[in-house]
Design a protein around this ligand. Structure first.
Ligand SMILES: C[S@@+](CC[C@H](N)C(=O)[O-])C[C@H]1O[C@@H](n2cnc3c(N)ncnc32)[C@H](O)[C@@H]1O
Length: 271
């Protein structure tokens, strides 16, 4: 059963737009990772926890028919958004499938590749899902993962106490919701235990000023999330306003440098 409320960050239109911006910021890294991993024309790829499917759409264009993308996602709203976008782009090789990665069986077998990004961090049983997904890959196939290694590297120079507090509260609440932001730390030692051989790791972190497009990524997340935290009663409206004002102040100083949350790229091969 789909529960739209269960995803910590929500499935509302603002989150669909934010995931789009996030994908555009990350697209160069993603395309590069897929190419190094060997995803190409004719591949069958699972996009696990596809969200509204921004990556699925790019993958579908790369693999072309008869290659295909199976987009596994729990949210009906996100699946609907992907179905509409695939139609608009004339892509017939995407299969959006309703699937709860934790409770449902993964029925696909012998796929060439699995792509997963910012999903393990929200799962109640990430290692069981890692194993289930690994079982769906053919020997020699690849598992490409982008997950956070250290969310706490999100930082500003010069600093703003309200923004530092935002980072700490977000990490605390994320863990309180049953997820683990720095999930890459747990995934890496488990790869060999679920039949995967580590091929490559690559830490990805940016240090950018407000004029850089990468700035927009956390800058879009922070006001939305501060307001959501206030709505859920975790913090006060005044706290959220202070966070938003601190971000505006950081942005108004063109020399501010923001370091982004550290993402670990993991490319592993099925044994
Ligand atoms: C931060 S979003 C990332 C979406 C997409 N991977 C991307 O990179 O744009 C996390 C996604 O994981 C999905 N998700 C969370 N728990 C899930 C579960 N148990 N089964 C399937 N999808 C899940 C959410 O619905 C959401 O689409």
């Amino acid at each position: 059963m789909t529960d739209e409320k269960n995803y910590y960050l929500g499935t509302h239109d603002a989150e669909i737009r934010r995931l789009g911006l996030q994908h555009r910021v990350w697209r160069p890294h993603v395309l590069d990772a897929w190419r190094r991993a060997g995803i190409t024309t004719g591949s069958t790829v699972i996009d696990a926890g596809a969200g509204p499917g921004y990556a699925s759409l790019d993958l579908a264009e790369i693999v072309e028919e008869p290659g295909k993308v199976v987009a596994l996602e729990r949210s009906d709203r996100f699946l609907q958004s992907l179905t509409t976008a695939a139609k608009a782009r004339g892509l017939g090789n995407i299969e959006p499938r309703s699937c709860d990665l934790v409770t449902d069986e993964i029925t696909q077998t012998n796929v060439d590749a699995i792509w997963i990004r910012w999903v393990f961090a929200f799962l109640s049983d990430p290692i069981a899902v890692l194993e289930k997904l690994s079982n769906a890959i053919r020997p020699g196939g690849v598992f490409v993962i982008h997950e956070y290694m250290d969310w706490g590297t999100l930082n500003w120079t010069p600093g703003h106490p309200a923004l530092t507090d935002f980072v700490n509260v977000t990490i605390r609440e994320w863990r309180g919701s049953g997820g683990e932001p720095d999930i890459a730390v747990q995934l890496l030692p488990m790869l060999s235990k679920v039949g995967l051989r580590l091929k490559e790791t690559r830490p990805i972190i940016h240090a950018v000023r407000p004029s850089n497009y990468v700035w927009r990524w956390p800058a879009t997340f922070i006001p939305n999330h501060a307001r959501d935290l206030a709505k859920s009663g975790v913090v006060t409206d005044a706290w959220a306003t202070d966070v938003i004002k601190a971000l505006e102040a950081a942005e108004a100083n063109g020399d501010t440098v923001m370091t982004t949350p550290l993402v670990m790229e993991i490319i592993a091969e099925k044994i």
